[in-house]
Ligand binder design. Structure first.
Ligand code: FAD
Ligand code: NAP
Length: 314
């Protein structure tokens, strides 16, 4: 059954940016509707300990996101489990279509669709996705108890995933294309102290190898970027942790984007190239990409939306 819901402010996304926008827009009496998308709680639901969100020395990512959801709800934000499949920002009120069949119309929209894991784009990676190849250690690490695993990447995610996977794996090989990690020093220190982790520098993943029946990973082939030398590493799990790309599908043809698809916002603001459409969090941010900065931008977006709507009423 299809129905139409109108709201002053439609918030798309339920990560730190979306929920914080929900708190602020509710307290501004804008009665926002927040649509959660396919990943309620966003990226932090795919990790374990978060140690850098102010007020929490340590908190589990999924728990933090439940608290944020409860906070937004307590302030009056209506939270809906739906996925927006189409967004028309060519005229006001803006129109968003939900997979549920509901059409949402809104006087202002806050985009907080975040980012998604990047893949290498190898045929063999695609073949074994879900059968030994993963981009989420917290989701899939448990399947590799006592097994050997490789992790690809050199950022915070790769190092955290490698560390986390030592809880299950007999050995973790971190494969990085350079000889320098871009992860934070505290994580690198932990990595260096962990005897289960070996690091393979200057190597890229060339191929995932395995069996067809049953479909499963048996190893990887890596290539030394300096010498071209190929190395075979036996393993049962391959975790790709090479960063994230902005989830801009709804607006990539209608809003101005830059730097590989990040939505452009005016400096010091969350205003996009379309008046009344605001963007916050990892969708707009190619620099910081943190939970706390996303939450901060969610706050800004709600305040910007409130100001925009007040100006329309004048
Ligand atoms: P996201 O968290 O990416 O959430 C996006 C939301 O948009 C999701 O709810 C999704 O369902 C929704 N969405 C997308 N498309 C649609 C659609 N079409 N319709 C409706 N909804 C949609 N940061 C830290 O500060 N500390 C950490 O310790 C930390 N650890 C991390 C560990 C991992 C493994 C990863 C991947 C990231 C980590 N980060 C950490 C980064 C942090 O998670 C992100 O910066 C933050 O989550 C971005 O928040 P966001 O609100 O912009 O979007
Ligand atoms: P990232 O910082 O962009 O790092 C991506 C890593 O993958 C880089 O080391 C990069 O190599 C490598 N890489 C990229 N493309 C590759 C390819 N095609 N082949 C091989 N290697 C490739 O991404 P991230 O680690 O996912 O982090 C994303 C954001 O989330 C960051 O802002 C990070 O701080 C944040 N985050 C924070 C925490 C935390 O605070 N504890 C935890 C996780 C994530 P190069 O180094 O050579 O470019």
């Amino acid at each position: 059954m299809s129905d139409t819901r109108h709201t002053k402010v439609l918030i798309i996304g339920s990560g730190p940016a979306g929920y914080t926008a929900g708190v602020y827009a509710s307290r501004a009496m804008l009665e926002p509707i927040l649509v959660q998308g396919i990943e309620p709680g966003g990226q932090l639901t795919t990790t374990t300990e978060v140690e850098n969100y102010p007020g929490f020395t340590e908190v589990q990512g999924p728990d933090l996101m439940v608290k944020m959801q409860e906070h937004a709800q307590a302030m009056g934000c209506e939270i809906i489990g739906d996925i927006i499949s189409d967004l028309d920002v060519s005229k006001r009120p803006f129109t968003a279509k939900g997979d549920s069949g509901t059409t949402y119309t809104a006087d202002a929209v806050i985009l907080a669709t975040g980012a998604r894991a990047k893949w290498l784009g190898l045929e063999s990676e695609e073949k074994f996705k879900g059968f030994g190849v993963s981009a989420c250690a917290t989701c899939d690490g448990f399947f590799y108890r006592g097994q050997e695993i490789v992790v690809v990447g050199g950022g915070n995610t790769a190092v955290e995933e490698a560390l986390f996977l030592t809880n299950f794996a007999s050995k973790v090989t971190l494969i990085h294309r350079r000889d320098e990690l871009r992860a934070e020093r505290i994580l690198i220190n932990r990595l260096e102290k962990n005897e289960k982790i070996e690091t393979l520098w200057f190597n890229t993943l060339e191929e995932v190898t395995g069996t067809d029946t049953p479909l499963g990973v048996e190893g990887v082939v890596t290539k030394n970027v300096k010498t071209g030398e190929l190395t075979e590493i036996p393993c049962k799990g391959v975790f790709i942790a090479i960063g994230h790309a902005p989830a801009n599908e709804l607006v990539k043809d209608t809003l101005e984007t830059h730097m590989g698809g990040y939505v452009v916002t005016k400096p010091g603001s969350t205003e996009t190239s379309v008046p009344g459409v605001f963007a916050a969090g990892d969708l707009t941010d190619h620099t910081y990409r943190q939970a706390v900065t996303s939450a901060g931008m969610g706050c800004m977006a709600a305040l910007d939306a409130e100001r925009f709507l007040a100006e329309q009423d004048d």
